[in-house]
Design a protein around this ligand. Structure first.
Ligand code: HEC
Length: 344
């Protein structure tokens, strides 16, 4: 509540605002001891908000609603000390970000964050730094978040994201980039510096050989690729072509007319790994089967012999750009955040 107020007072220096909240908290302590009523600096909206918030809780206890506070009548124990709760909204980057195509020149980027404070964070128009440039960003909660109304608010303890828009090509999959999640200090507030932990690195989505393919690691996901993986497609476990054929329909041991002949009987399934040598090449090596796959013509009708569907070629390129080129080591097992992407 108070930080919705604070967020609206955007002109106030954040440090002073923090002091105002602290000051209000100490005023309250004195009041509880002395039994006085609420006081506040009427000129300072933040301070007023703090006192009002605190009044409804702590002062009513001083009036005797709370049994622990009304010990008396010979109870030898010392009076209970009321420690006021200091409200802070504090966003921390989760270390993951995810981008997907927004329009011809722009990608929408979700930078995953958690509110580790105890008050809602509100971000209707903040700024983030990605690598070394500053971009407008808004805060969103993921599906299942409890902020209501949800607009640009993230409740304490919950995961959400900062949505920004960057030039297409600025980020690559499976790479880590420096980010500052609240450059102009407008989305967090509170007495203990919530901005100290705003600079960190976040890694983009990563498609490994075995990652289940979904909207978190592949931009143009849809049937039949969704839920499959490179491993399952290339091992002919799943049918990922619109013509209904497994890879092993045409690529099998000693198959005629193709150079890629994995050790699998026609139309069967056989696990194929990225470093496995097949007729002198692996999928992972530079110039290997992944690169040769990309050199085939593109066709989505399933009628051009030797052509490959565009979605499969995009998938292969995504793997090459990230996991393959990074040696399949650093990010291979990194967890991928889930959640819905909204570009508004
Ligand atoms: C309908 C038959 C057919 C299916 C199904 C098929 N391919 Fe091919 N593929 C071909 C043909 C034909 C070529 C071109 C062969 C040539 O000219 O060397 C080719 C070329 C390739 C190449 C380049 C190396 C080569 O042999 O020329 C790779 C790698 C490849 N396909 C992988 C796959 C994978 C992976 C799948 C399954 C997702 C798949 N193909 C499904 C027919 C097919």
């Amino acid at each position: 509540m108070i930080f919705e107020t604070s967020a609206r007072v955007s002109g106030i220096d954040r440090t002073n605002e923090g002091r105002a909240v602290l000051a209000a908290a100490f005023v309250l302590l004195g009041c509880v001891a002395a039994g006085c009523g609420a006081q506040g600096d009427a000129d300072d909206p933040a301070a007023t908000g703090a006192v009002v918030t605190a009044t409804s809780g702590a002062i009513s206890r001083a009036n005797g609603d709370e049994p622990a506070l009304s010990r008396g009548g010979g109870d030898p124990r010392p009076p209970i000390e009321v420690i006021p709760v200091q409200l802070v909204s504090d966003l921390v980057a989760d270390g993951l970000m995810h981008f997907s195509i927004y329009d011809a020149t722009t990608v929408g980027v979700r930078i995953d964050v958690t509110n580790v404070g105890n008050a809602p964070a509100v971000g209707t128009g903040g700024h983030v730094v990605v690598i070394n440039s500053i971009w407008g960003a808004k805060l969103y909660q993921y599906a299942g978040g409890t902020a209501n109304p949800a607009a640009n608010t993230l409740n304490p303890g919950e995961h959400g994201y900062l949505l920004t828009f960057l030039p297409n090509g600025m980020l690559k999959p499976c790479h880590s980039y420096p980010v500052n999640i609240d450059f102009d200090r407008s989305m967090q507030a509170g007495p203990i510096d919530p901005f100290a932990n705003d600079q960190s690195t976040s890694a983009t989505q990563c498609l490994s050989w075995t990652s289940p393919i979904d909207g978190n690691n592949f931009m143009t996901v849809g049937p039949p690729l969704a839920g499959s993986s490179l491993a399952r497609a290339i091992s002919s476990v799943d049918i990922v072509r619109s013509d209904g054929r497994r890879c092993s329909a045409c690529h099998y041991q000693n198959a005629p007319g193709v150079r890629y002949q994995p050790p699998v009987p026609q139309n069967s399934t056989q696990a194929i790994g990225p470093y496995q040598s097949i007729n002198g090449y692996s999928w992972a090596q530079v110039g290997g089967w992944a690169d040769q796959f990309l050199q085939r013509p593109t066709d989505d009708t399933g009628t051009v012999p030797g052509a490959k569907p565009s979605a499969l070629k995009n998938l292969m390129q995504t793997w090459i750009d990230g996991d393959r080129n990074l040696g399949n080591a650093v990010y291979g097992s990194m967890p991928i955040a889930t959640g819905s992407f909204s570009a508004n």
